[in-house]
Design a protein around this ligand. Structure first.
Ligand code: HSE
Length: 440
């Protein structure tokens, strides 16, 4: 049987992990596929940098277009990241009838309809298992394993950097800034961590999941997202006293005629499986109408975990080529000819319970002022903690409340009113409380 010939774009962390797996596990891959996978071209802007893997000099180039246009290459593996030139290179590969594998969540989130549409139209395979949850075989679970089911909700811890920072803040009672600096020094966080800690990376991944689970073409910009920068060790401690762990959650739930989606720090009951996902690990919790809950857990980033997902896509494309059954599974998991269900719209006004941290003057009547505002907005208080009389940043003593269920818009309106009261000093801080979606 002829070998399968691939071309790699990008020899960074994931590119090198992919090469390492293809070389080290050559035998096992041969056993599973029945033929070998050959890297026949590879492009990277910097060919002088020392790398943990070796490739023959004659296949290397600085020009990614050479790889895409090389007639030898059957599968293009895009690991450059970012929007351009990745988008144009992938579209050109589709136009040439080549199959494409990518781990580029930013690109998928921004150009989902264009890319998925073109791949389906050209009848080529397009794999993106590495784009969400790194090495966790999640995309395939949604597209194939859960194909029989209506998905009600998908909730994930899908940013390893934030989960690592929150885990250390929780265990060591350290401030966000201190843990972030240490994480950067140890190479666990990017030099510019803004996309991670502000929730953008998680929103990009959630957009991919929403497309797959609900057939809803959304971009991360449509999703209300907040990060973890305002969290303090005291929030984590208070959450603990109420019986919760704080996690950066990305969540989408099918409610009535909408998909309600958000990325936000949230309180997870400490008995829930998501509460125990710590460090750089990721987990995605799906609720559907037949299995009920299912949980997908593993390393969400890194050369070998993400390389594993990339190689799984390469093997899947190779099997399609060998069997002549390319295009059997639609790129987004839904058949493109059937169209989008009209009822899928994106909302961000999810009803949940909330955690509110306020800084208020330490004087009589403050609690009744705050509870009065909440009451006028139809929000009922479940519990309150006022911890000591030590002033917090900006002055005032910390008051933390847990509310009963309220819509996000009602809650933010009430917080605006609370922050305008003379007895409230500084901005209040809000987190959602995660709960299992109810069956419709
Ligand atoms: N920056 C991402 C994270 C890894 O921290 O999870 C790649 O998706």
């Amino acid at each position: 049987m002829e070998s399968i010939r691939i071309g790699l774009l990008g020899l960074g962390t994931v590119g090198c992990g992919t090469v390492d797996i293809l070389q080290r596990n050559r035998e096992v891959l041969h056993g599973r596929l029945g033929t070998t996978i050959e890297i026949v071209r590879a492009a990277d802007l910097d060919l002088k940098r020392s790398r943990p893997v070796e490739l023959p000099g004659e296949i290397l180039t600085r020009d990614p277009w050479e790889v895409v246009k090389d007639p030898e290459v059957q599968i293009v593996v895009e690991l450059i990241g970012g929007i351009e030139p990745a988008r144009s290179l992938i579209l050109e590969a589709f136009d040439q009838g080549k199959h494409v594998v990518t781990a580029n969540k930013a690109l998928l989130s921004a150009h989902w309809s264009e890319l998925a549409g073109k791949a389906d139209e050209r009848g080529v395979s397009f794999g993106f298992e590495g784009s969400v949850g790194g090495g966790i075989p999640l995309i395939r679970a949604i597209k194939l394993g859960l194909v029989a089911n209506r998905i009600r909700s998908v909730t994930g811890i899908i940013n390893g950097t934030c989960n690592y920072i929150l885990t250390r803040m929780h265990r060591e009672a350290k401030a966000f800034e201190e843990v972030l600096e240490e994480a950067q020094a140890r190479g666990f966080a990017e030099a510019d961590p803004a996309l991670d800690v502000e929730g953008v990376d998680a929103a990009q991944k959630l957009a991919v999941l929403i497309n797959l689970c609900f057939n809803a073409p959304v971009s991360h910009e449509d999703i209300l997202h907040r990060g973890i920068t305002e969290l303090t060790p005291a929030d984590l401690e208070m959450a603990g006293e109420f019986g919760f762990r704080v996690k950066l959650l990305a969540s989408a739930t099918h409610v009535g005629d909408k998909v309600e989606a958000w990325v936000s720090p949230a309180l997870v009951p400490d008995w829930h499986p998501l509460a125990t996902v710590d460090g750089v690990f990721n987990a995605v919790y799906i609720q559907d109408d037949n299995v009920g809950p299912s949980l997908y857990y593993g390393r969400g980033a890194g050369d070998l975990p993400t390389g594993s997902a990339v190689v799984s896509d390469i093997v899947s494309c190779a099997r399609d080529i060998l069997s002549g059954a390319v295009g059997r599974v639609p790129v987004g998991g839904f058949h493109p000819d059937v169209g989008k269900p009209d009822q899928v719209m994106l909302g961000n006004d999810t009803v949940s319970e909330f955690y509110v941290r306020m800084a208020a003057a330490d004087s009589p009547g403050v609690l009744s002022t705050i509870s009065g505002v909440l009451g006028r907005n139809g929000i009922s208080i479940a519990s309150v903690i006022q911890k000591g009389r030590e002033p917090v940043r900006g002055g005032g003593v910390p008051i933390v409340m847990i509310t009963h269920e309220a819509s996000y818009s009602r809650m933010t309106a009430a917080i605006e009113e609370i922050d305008a009261q003379d007895v409230v000093l500084g901005d209040s801080f809000l987190m959602r409380i995660f709960s299992e979606p109810q069956a419709p």
